[in-house]
Design a protein around this ligand. Structure first.
Ligand SMILES: *Cc1c(COP(=O)(O)O)cnc(C)c1O
Length: 305
């Protein structure tokens, strides 16, 4: 396996608002795992890479949107760990490539663009057969990288002595990261997922299934907080942007507008609304995702400082 920081630090965040409400907030700095591959994406890939090597696969194939942190991570992991990589990208190719796809291509990934309509069939057997006919054999990693081996990897986010918090909060795309956090807690404390997509309630079933497939158990100490999506995936408001920029100035921590910005915004709002209460300790998982900022700024006009 290539070298990354496996035990990331937890730091306390200090400011007037937290002091006023008597809440303690900490950040688990998974953004520091590696300068290129961001925290949770590495964790999700780790055991998949080991498995694919053991089974002597030479190629990894996965799916994602044009700005996907996951696609970026698969391309980089393949480059570092000796796999060919193929990225099936949703939508038409737009030239020049955006920074995410430009990086992916420079890491050696073969990019294959398909229409949004075909992309919807990505989990169907026939569709995958067609890909095998076209590209030869590959190890398939699902969109967002979430499968049982990803849950196993995400169990390693929290060390055993890092579970003393009342609440553990994490942004959710597909929910694999939260699933690993939940299994690592073993029923203790409370885990909260903040879906970054609209109508995120559907993730509850996906996450329960990921957990069940992994360890045949179910847990009740977790839930989703679905009202901090800001209009949907990659949607934003100026309130969100200004929060991210203020947070960076105050705490020297960069948040991204797709995931962690929404998470931290939601936590602060939850504190203000009394959802989290005085005396409680909250741990926010900073899952990284910072590679996406360049593309976001190119697209929407340098909003993130
Ligand atoms: C992908 C990603 C997530 C979501 O992870 P899931 O396991 O898909 O829920 C959260 N934060 C960042 C920065 C990500 O890149």
């Amino acid at each position: 396996m290539f070298d990354v920081l496996m035990q990331t630090p937890i730091i306390e965040i200090f400011d007037e608002q937290l002091e006023k409400y008597g809440v303690k907030l900490y950040a688990k700095r998974e953004d520091l795992t590696d300068p290129v591959i961001s925290g949770n994406k590495y964790r999700k890939l780790k055991y998949n890479l080991i498995y694919a090597k053991q089974k002597r696969f030479h190629t990894l194939l996965s799916f994602g949107g044009a700005y996907s942190n996951h696609i970026h991570a698969v391309a980089y992991a393949g480059y570092k760990f000796g796999f060919k990589t193929i990225g099936i990208i949703r939508g038409e190719e737009i030239k020049p490539l955006n920074p995410t796809l430009e990086d992916a291509r420079s890491f050696g990934m073969k990019l294959h663009f398909i229409s949004r309509t075909s992309y919807r069939n990505k989990n169907e057997q026939q569709f995958i057969e067609n890909l095998k006919n076209k590209f030869g054999d590959f190890y398939l990693i699902p969109e967002g990288g979430s499968n049982s081996l990803a849950v196993k990897g995400c169990e390693e986010i929290l060390m055993e002595d890092e579970r003393e918090f009342d609440h553990i909060c994490c942004a959710c795309g597909t929910g694999g990261t939260l699933a690993g956090i939940i299994t690592s807690l073993g029923g203790m404390k409370k885990a909260w997922g903040f879906p970054v997509l609209k109508h995120g309630e559907f993730l509850k079933e996906d996450i329960s299934r990921l957990i069940y497939d992994y360890n045949k158990r179910s847990y009740t100490n977790w839930d989703l907080i679905t009202n901090y999506h800001f209009g949907g995936y990659a949607k934003y408001t100026f309130e969100l942007i200004s929060f991210i920029n203020r947070f960076k100035k105050a705490h020297k921590i960069q948040l991204d507008p797709i995931y962690t910005g929404k998470l931290f915004f939601g936590i602060y709002d939850g504190i203000e609304r009394g959802f989290f209460t005085s005396g409680e300790k909250i741990l926010a998982i900073h899952t990284g995702g910072l590679q996406g900022i360049k593309g976001f700024n190119n697209r929407f006009g340098n909003l993130i400082d």
